[in-house]
Ligand binder design. Structure first.
Ligand code: TRP
Length: 470
C-alpha cells in the first residue's frame, strides 16, 4: 500500500525540506571547527568558491535525477538509465547513496544526542574550568549516550513515518523559521558580547602562512570540497528523494539556488556566532581545543561558563539551535531509505520506517561504543568505530556517489536533460553546466578522493611523493 502521496502538496515544501536538510550539524558544528583546523580565512574562501563551482552544479544534477526519475534514489537512477539506453547497473549509485545515508544516520544521531545532553548540562550551569572534564566524562557514559541518541532517533523516525506532507513538510514549517531566528539571535549576541571584528577577520582574511607547502594547500582544498558537499546534502539520495516529490511546475535551477544560498549563509552565520564570542572571551584557536567536537562541546561550554548566570540562558539556546538543525537534517537522512523500502517492496511507510529505525539504532550503538567500550578498536589511521563510520560515509562513499551522479547526468543523460525541467533558458548556461558535470567535478572529486584515501588508508602522502620526483 502506498499510503504516502508521491508529490509535495505545495510549492515551498521542497525549498523548506531541502534547506532543512542542508542546514545541519555540518553548518554549525562542522563548518566552524573545520575553518579553525584549516587556518580560518583561506578555508572559508575556498569553501565558498567550491560551493559555487562544484557544489551547485552537482546539487542540481542530484535534484534533476529525482525530479525526472520521480521515484526513490535507486529506481530513479535505474529508470533514467533505461530511458537513456544505459546499463541498469547505474542503479548502484542509488544503492551506495542509501548505504551512506544509513551509516551517516548512525553517527549523526550520536552527535545530536550529545547536543541534547548539553542543552541540559548548560542549563544547569557549568563551573569555569570544568568544561574539559565534563566533555571527557560525557563520552564515557555508554547508557547515557544511548538514551539521548535513541530519543533523537525516535523523534526523527516519528516525523518520517507520518509521510512527506503530514510529517516532513509540517515539521519543516515549524523548525526552519525557528532555526533562522535562533541563528540570527546568536550572531546578534556574539556581536554584542564578543569581539566581532576579530571573528570577522578570522573568518574572511586568508592567512597565507598556511600556503607553506603544496601538501598543506591540497589538504585545505580537500577539506573545503568535502565540507561543501556534505553541507549541501549531496551524495546520499536525499536530494533525489526530495526532488522526486517536486511539483512539475517547479524549476530545478531556481529551487537549487535558493537552498544553496541559504545553506552557505547559515554556515557563515554560525561562524559569526561562534568566533566573536570565543575571541571576546579570550579563547584562541591556536591554544584552545578548536578542532573536532571539542569546539562545540568543550570550548563553547567553557565560554558559556564564563558568562555566569547569563550562560545558563545563552548556552541552552545555542544547543537548542544545534538540535533543531540536526533534527531537520536527520529527517532528510532517513527519507531515501524509507522511500526505497516503501516503493521497492510496497511496504507501508510505517513498516519501512520501523525497519530503518532498527538499522539506525544498531549502527548508532556501534558509534556510541566507539566513544567508550570500543574506544581503542582502531582501523588503520582511524581511531575508533565512530571515526571509521564517519570516514567511510563522508569521505569515501559520498564523494563516490557525487562523482557517479555527475558522470551519469553529464555523460549519459545529455539527451534527457531539458531546459524546461531545469528552468534554464540560456543554451550557453546549459552547456556550461553539462561541461562541469562531465569534466570538472569528476576530476576534482576523484583527485581528492584518491589523495584523501591514500593518506588515511595507506598513510601515503601522494603529493609529497610526486613532488619529490622533481
Ligand atoms: N547537510 C547536513 C548537514 O550539514 C547533513 C545531511 C543531511 C547530509 N542529508 C545529507 C549530508 C545528505 C550528505 C548527504 O549537517
Amino acid at each position: 500500500m502506498a499510503s504516502q502521496s508521491s508529490q509535495w502538496n505545495n510549492n515551498t515544501a521542497f525549498l523548506l525540506a531541502a534547506t532543512g536538510s542542508a542546514v545541519g550539524l555540518g553548518n554549525i558544528w562542522g563548518f566552524p571547527y573545520k575553518a579553525a583546523e584549516n587556518g580560518g580565512g583561506l578555508f572559508v574562501l575556498l569553501y565558498i568558491f567550491f560551493v559555487i563551482t562544484l557544489g551547485f552544479p552537482v546539487f542540481m544534477a542530484e535534484v534533476f535525477i529525482g525530479k525526472k526519475g520521480k521515484s526513490n534514489p535507486v529506481s530513479s537512477v535505474e529508470s533514467l538509465a533505461i530511458k537513456s539506453k544505459s546499463s541498469k547497473s547505474w542503479g548502484i549509485v542509488g544503492y551506495a547513496g542509501i548505504l551512506a545515508s544509513l551509516i551517516i544516520a548512525g553517527y549523526y544521531s550520536v552527535i545530536a544526542g550529545f547536543v541534547i545532553d548539553y542543552g541540559f548540562i548548560s542549563a544547569q550551569g557549568v563551573t569555569e574550568g570544568t568544561a574539559k572534564d565534563i566533555w571527557a566524562t560525557q563520552q564515557t557514559t555508554f547508557w547515557d549516550m544511548t538514551f539521548w541518541t535513541l530519543l533523537f532517533i525516535f523523534g526523527s523516525c516519528y516525523v518520517v513515518a507520518n509521510g512527506i506532507d503530514a510529517g516532513i513538510d509540517k515539521a519543516m514549517r515549524f523548525l526552519l523559521p525557528m532555526l533562522f531566528v535562533l541563528v540570527i539571535a546568536m550572531v546578534g549576541y556574539g556581536a554584542y558580547q564578543g569581539d566581532f571584528n576579530a571573528g570577522l577577520d578570522y573568518l574572511f582574511s586568508a592567512k597565507t602562512e598556511k600556503f607553506n607547502s603544496p601538501g598543506e594547500v591540497a589538504a585545505i582544498v580537500q577539506a573545503a570540497i568535502g565540507q561543501a558537499f556534505f553541507s549541501l546534502s549531496i551524495g546520499m539520495g536525499t536530494l533525489m528523494a526530495f526532488g522526486s516529490y517536486m511539483p512539475s511546475s517547479q524549476k530545478v535551477s531556481k529551487a537549487s539556488s535558493v537552498v544553496v544560498t541559504a545553506d552557505t549563509g547559515v554556515a557563515l552565520l554560525a561562524g559569526l556566532a561562534i568566533f566573536p564570542l570565543a575571541f571576546g572571551l579570550g579563547f584562541n584557536p591556536e591554544e584552545n581545543a578548536f578542532g573536532g567536537s571539542a569546539l562545540v562541546f568543550e570550548t563553547m561550554p567553557e565560554a558559556f561558563a564564563q558568562l555566569g548566570a547569563l550562560g545558563q540562558i545563552i548556552g541552552p539556546l545555542f544547543f537548542f539551535l544545534l538540535a533543531v538543525a540536526a533534527f531537520s537534517s536527520m529527517i532528510s537522512i532517513l527519507e531515501p531509505s524509507v522511500a526505497f523500502l516503501t516503493q521497492k517492496f510496497s511496504m507501508t511507510r510505517m513498516k519501512a520506517t520501523g525497519i530503518i529505525l532498527l538499522v539506525c539504532i544498531s549502527l548508532s550503538l556501534v558509534s556510541i561504543a566507539g566513544h567508550n567500550v570500543w574506544k581503542d578498536v582502531s582501523l588503520g589511521a582511524l581511531d575508533n568505530p565512530f571515526e571509521f563510520m564517519k570516514y567511510f560515509a563522508d569521505d569515501f562513499l559520498l564523494l563516490l556517489v557525487g562523482t557517479g551522479m555527475s558522470v551519469f547526468v553529464g555523460w549519459r543523460l545529455q539527451n534527457v536533460v531539458d531546459k524546461q525541467t531545469m528552468g534554464i533558458t540560456s543554451t550557453a548556461f546549459m552547456s556550461l553546466w553539462i561541461f562541469v558535470l562531465k569534466w570538472i567535478s569528476p576530476v576534482f572529486l576523484m583527485t581528492i578522493w584518491v589523495l584523501g584515501n591514500a593518506k588515511v588508508l595507506f598513510e601515503a602522502d601522494l603529493i609529497a611523493q610526486v613532488l619529490s620526483l622533481f
